[in-house]
Design a protein around this ligand. Structure first.
Ligand code: G
Ligand code: G
Ligand code: MN
Ligand code: NA
Length: 251
């Protein structure tokens, strides 16, 4: 309850900041980023999202956090239209299951696109597999309308939860994110290696983009690249950083 109150104040005072973890291609060139929310970054009072996201999910504040993330992401995308080398960057935002099912989501997104001038084709929304636990009519309508706007849909933490090929067929997703738990022991755990190989084969068959998460070693990148992975995210390349630091990486 203490954290919930502090989070409400932080939301009111606009103190949440979307940091960006770069995504790179096989040559290490910047191709996009995932937005990861930070509260008092770099400050002794910093609270980790691993702590405040679950609280916000419980309290319902996760919708307000999602709106903050969407707004900041759209502002970055709009600014990047005018920065040489940044025009084609893709930016992904994590949205919670209740937000994706919310009847107001599409109005919010349309309004933000209009206000900021962000190009919807550059925006991707990350969905965790837990949304599929309740495939409501409103969820399916929202996802279809987001796609119709040109927004991408990525299945986050793919392979860890409820994923089945049936869901993949029904949901209008454009991208899979290989969960970092499968990437971690890739070189030593034959089971994980097999899972990753299978996810990449599924993506190829279904014409989906894939991003490998949690890439920490060149050997992991090589294994993934040999099996067709073209997009990478992880500490081998970059940690999450403020938008201006990402912009400083541009050639
Ligand atoms: O950001 P890491 O850097 O520590 O994030 C921890 C967890 O919090 C991850 O599971 C990540 O998906 C989640 N997370 C970070 N930012 C957001 C956000 O803006 N919205 C939601 N729903 N989850 C987030
Ligand atoms: O759940 P989601 O995939 O949205 O969360 C991303 C989380 O993964 C964040 O907490 C982020 O800080 C973390 N992360 C990103 N890259 C790496 C990595 O290479 N290694 C580890 N251990 N964590 C990572
Ligand atoms: Mn994510
Ligand atoms: Na993930």
């Amino acid at each position: 309850a203490e954290l919930e109150r502090a989070l409400r104040d932080a939301l009111d005072a606009d103190e949440l900041l979307l940091h960006l973890q770069p995504q790179v291609d096989a040559d290490g060139h910047l191709i996009g980023a995932e937005g990861l929310m930070r509260w008092n970054p770099g400050d002794p009072r910093e609270v980790s999202p691993a702590e405040f996201i679950p609280v916000a999910e419980q309290s319902g504040q996760i919708l307000a956090i999602g709106r903050v993330a969407l707004r900041q992401a759209c502002e970055h995308l709009a600014r990047w239209r005018n920065i040489p080398g940044a025009e084609a960057l893709q930016l992904a935002v994590n949205l919670s299951a209740p937000h994706l099912r919310d009847a107001r989501l599409l109005d919010e997104v349309r309004q933000l696109l209009k206000e900021t001038g962000a190009p919807p084709q550059r925006l991707t929304l990350e969905i965790t597999e837990s949304v599929m636990a309740d495939e409501s009519e409103q969820l399916m309508t929202n996802l279809q309308e987001l796609r119709a706007l040109g927004i991408g849909l990525a299945l986050d933490d793919f392979g860890t939860g409820y994923s089945s090929l049936g869901y993949l067929k029904r949901l209008p997703v454009t991208e899979l994110k290989i969960d970092r738990s499968f990437v971690r022991d890739l070189e030593h755990d034959p089971g994980d290696a097999e899972i990753v190989t299978t996810i990449l084969a599924i993506a190829r068959t279904m014409g989906l983009e894939v991003v490998a998460e949690g890439v920490e070693t060149p050997a992991q990148q090589e294994f993934l690249g040999q099996r067709g992975c073209r997009r990478f995210q992880g500490f081998l390349f970059h940690r999450a950083m403020p938008a201006q630091s990402l912009e400083a990486l541009l050639p």
